[in-house]
Each structure stands twice: as structure tokens, then as C-alpha cells.
Design a protein around this ligand. Sequence first.
Ligand code: HEC
Length: 190
Amino acid sequence: MKKLGLLSVLLVATSVNAETFEVNIPELQNEAKGVIKELATTLGGELKKAKKSGGAPAAITVCNTKAGPLTALVNSKSDWEISRTSLKLRNPENAPDQWEKAALEEFDKKANIGANLEKLAFSQVVVDEEGRKVFRMMKAIPVAEQCLACHGSKIKPELAEHLQKLYPEDKATGFSQGELRGAFSLKKYL
Ligand code: HEC
């Protein structure tokens, strides 16, 4: 994954003035970048290994059974929570919450007018329902060439069948390279 580049910090009415809490936003954004990089590298590595040993169906199993635990692994090593979400879901369990959905819709709009997805990110300090302050960040995930085998429009029949069985409500197919696939979503309680 490329460097994050410029982060856009949009402030909306519900946001908290970060200075009030002496929150170092650039530092949090940098930490978040590191966590995303670690997860993206681990996931990519696991996919490659599985493909070599058992072809794409094995890779699906990795994605299906390991993405969760891997995410947990990254999480357990830090006080960050990280997940992946999308407006076009494969696994309904990855559905976005309200905050994530709004950010994804904003990314989608920007993608439609030609924004560079590699640089699309959004962060905000918010107060959750229990009154806890939380730093939240989303970073867009563009579709790369190696994603098309499982998210593109020409998925091999045996793979498509396998996916259909695991994810009967799969909406994450038919993507082209460079399109917005979804986003990494991170949280850190302050
Ligand atoms: C071998 C098949 C395979 C490949 C290759 C693959 N994925 Fe997936 N992807 C899956 C499966 C299976 C899931 C559902 C995982 C789960 O159950 O949480 C998934 C889920 C996701 C999600 C979580 C949101 C959702 O729809 O549930 C994102 C985001 C995602 N993939 C992006 C990518 C990107 C980006 C690439 C390329 C870098 C990629 N995938 C490559 C099979 C694949």
C-alpha cells in the first residue's frame, strides 16, 4: 500500500474541538497509518501464500477464516480497533455504522469526480453514545489488479460458486481496477 499522503480532516457540527482535549491529531493519524499498513501487508501476504499452496479457493478460505483473526491480532498488539467495511458488502457482518456509512458515501462522491483514492482519508474526534471520546479514521481501499479474481466481473465459475455458498448476499463483485472497494476503519479511545 502506498503512503497515505495528505489527510483531509473535515470538521462537522458533531465533531469535538480536538484542542479542548489536547489531542495530537497528526500523531494519531500517523499511528493509524502504521496500523493500516500492518494489516494490509499481513492480509496481502496471507493471500499470496494461500494462492501458491492451494489456488484461489484456498485463498478465499484464508480471507474468510483468517481476515477476522488477523484483524484481531493487529488489534491486540495496540489499543487501536481496525476493521474493513464497504457500501458493497460481501460479508454483511462488515456493515458500516452510521459514521462509517457517511464517510464511505463521501468517499464514493469524491471517487466519482476523479479523486485519487490512495489519498482519500477522513478522521474526526467524536463522542460515542457512552460519552467516551474516540478518534476515528477511515482510509479508502481502491481495487487493485490482484483483487479482481474475487471482486471483479470475470470470477472463475468454481470460485463464484464457492463465494455464493459462503456469502449468499454477496454484493462485492463486478468491480474494476481503480474503483473504490471500501475502507479501513480505525478507532482509538482517548
Ligand atoms: C481470494 C479471494 C479474494 C481476493 C483475492 C480478495 N478478496 Fe476481498 N474479500 C474476500 C472475501 C471472502 C471477503 C469476505 C471476508 C469476510 O468474511 O469478512 C472479502 C472481503 C473484503 C472486504 C470487506 C468488506 C466486505 O465486503 O465484506 C474488503 C474491503 C475487501 N475484501 C477488499 C479486497 C481488496 C482491496 C482486495 C485486493 C487487494 C481483495 N479484497 C482481494 C475475498 C477476496
